[in-house]
Design a protein around this ligand. Structure first.
Ligand code: MG
Length: 380
C-alpha cells in the first residue's frame, strides 16, 4: 500500500487529524427516473467528490462533470492531483487567494475546481463556526422557492412525474424536441402550477423560438431558458423583441466573463457552480449580473446534497432557483438543504451543514425505487 492510499483510508485520515489532507474520488449517483434532455439520456451520473481535512475539520465538496464541455469524473479526479500541493502549502482561511491559485493551477476541469471550491468553503465556515450563508452575509429566511425539474418523456410518464412532483409549487419542464406541445399538454392535463421551461438549445431557428415561447406563455409559462444554440446570439435580439416573458442564458453562460457579453441578448443568466468552477466565481457572476440589471437563476446538475446544499447557501441572492439535483437521485450519501412547500430550507449547522445519511436509510430508499419519496418528506 502506498503512503497516499494508506492516508485515504478513514482510519488513517482520522489519525492524521492535525495535518492537511486532500482526497478526490468519483461517485456514481443513480437516478429515480431515466433523465432525458435534448442532449442526453441516462440512468446515472458520475460526480467528483472531494474532502479537505485540517485541524480535525473536514470540508466536503462535489462537482458534476458536464459532457457538453467534454468533462468526465475520471479525468476530473486525475486533474486534481495538480492542486494537492497548492492546498498543502496554503492557509485555507485566506480562501479567496487559495481558490484563485487553484483556478490558475488547473486548466479547464470546471467541475473539479467546483469540488475543491465547495470543500474549502465548507472547511472555512466550519472553522469559523458559522453556517456558510453567514460567511456570505446572507439571510437564511430569504431563500426562494426551487423548481422541480421534469425531464423529457412520453405523455404518460410525464403525467406520472408531474403527479409525483405534487409537493413542489413551481415546475421546470424540459423541452426542445418535436414533442414540446404533447409534453406541455400532458403537464397541463395534471396541474395548473406556474411553469418554467428549459429548451436546452433545442429550437433551431429564431422563428421557431418566438412561436414556441409565445405559445408557452399562453400555457402559463413564466420564463424560458436557452431557447437557441449558445452560438446563436444575434438571433436572440429578434427573439426578445417578439416575446414577453424573460429569456435566460444557460449553455451560453459559463464563466464570469460571459455575463457582460450576454447582457444585450438575454434578460438573465443561469449560473451553475459546476460550469464556473465554484461558489466564488458563482458569486462574482451573480453580482455582475445584478450590476447589469439582469435576472439571476442558480441551477444545478444531477448532484447529491453536497453540491446542491452549497448552491442553496447562495440562494437568497436569486430571482429563480433550480436546485433539485439531489431530489432526482435515489442514493444520496448526504443530507443537507431540504425543501418545504417548495422553499429551500438551509441547515443551521456550521459550514455546508451536511451530514452523512445512515447506510440503512439509504438502502431502504434504493429498494423502493420509483416510489421513493423526496428527501424533505422524510427528513427529521
Ligand atoms: Mg438549463
Amino acid at each position: 500500500m502506498t503512503r497516499r492510499s494508506l492516508l485515504a483510508t478513514p482510519a488513517v485520515a482520522l489519525a492524521a487529524a492535525n495535518t492537511a489532507e486532500f482526497e478526490a474520488r468519483s461517485q456514481r449517483l443513480f437516478l429515480r427516473h431515466t433523465w432525458t434532455t435534448t442532449m442526453s439520456s441516462s440512468d446515472y451520473r458520475d460526480v467528483i467528490y472531494t474532502a479537505v481535512t485540517r485541524d480535525g475539520i473536514t470540508g466536503h465538496g462535489e462537482g458534476a462533470p458536464i459532457v457538453r464541455y467534454k468533462e468526465s469524473a475520471a479525468e476530473g479526479v486525475r486533474s486534481l492531483e495538480a492542486v494537492r500541493a497548492v492546498l498543502a502549502k496554503s492557509n485555507w482561511r485566506h480562501y479567496r487567494k487559495v481558490l484563485d491559485e487553484v483556478h490558475r493551477t488547473l486548466a479547464g476541469n470546471w467541475a473539479a475546481k467546483a469540488a475543491v471550491d465547495i470543500a474549502v468553503h465548507d472547511w472555512v465556515a466550519q472553522k469559523m463556526g458559522v453556517p456558510l450563508y453567514q460567511l456570505f452575509g446572507l439571510d437564511p429566511a430569504g431563500t426562494p422557492l426551487t423548481t422541480f425539474s421534469i425531464g423529457i418523456d412520453n405523455p404518460e410518464m410525464t403525467r406520472q412525474k408531474v403527479r409525483e412532483a405534487e409537493p413542489y409549487p413551481v415546475l421546470k419542464i424540459k423541452v426542445g424536441l418535436d414533442t414540446d406541445e404533447a409534453t406541455l399538454d400532458a403537464v397541463r392535463s395534471v396541474t395548473k402550477k406556474p411553469l418554467r421551461v428549459d429548451a436546452n438549445e433545442g429550437w433551431k431557428t429564431k422563428e421557431e423560438a418566438v412561436r414556441k415561447i409565445n405559445w408557452l406563455e399562453s400555457q402559463g409559462v413564466e420564463m424560458v431558458e436557452q431557447p437557441l444554440p449558445a452560438a446563436m446570439l444575434e438571433e436572440m435580439k429578434y427573439v426578445r423583441a417578439k416575446v414577453h416573458i424573460p429569456v435566460l442564458a444557460d449553455e451560453a453562460c459559463l464563466q464570469p466573463g460571459d455575463v457582460p457579453k450576454l447582457a444585450p441578448y438575454f434578460d438573465g443568466v443561469n449560473v451553475k457552480i459546476d460550469k464556473c468552477g465554484g461558489l466564488l466565481p458563482a458569486l462574482r457572476m451573480i453580482e455582475m449580473a445584478r450590476s447589469l440589471k439582469m435576472k439571476v437563476m442558480l441551477g444545478c446538475m444531477i448532484s447529491s446534497s453536497v453540491a446542491v446544499t452549497a448552491a442553496a447557501h447562495l440562494s437568497p441572492l436569486l430571482d429563480y432557483a433550480d436546485l433539485d439535483g439531489n431530489l432526482l437521485i435515489r442514493n444520496d450519501p448526504f443530507e443537507g438543504v431540504t425543501v418545504e412547500k417548495g422553499k429551500l430550507m438551509l441547515p443551521r449547522r456550521p459550514g455546508l451543514g451536511i451530514r452523512a445519511r445512515a447506510t440503512e436509510d439509504r438502502s431502504r430508499k434504493t429498494e423502493v425505487g420509483r416510489n421513493y419519496r423526496p428527501a424533505q418528506q422524510v427528513a427529521t
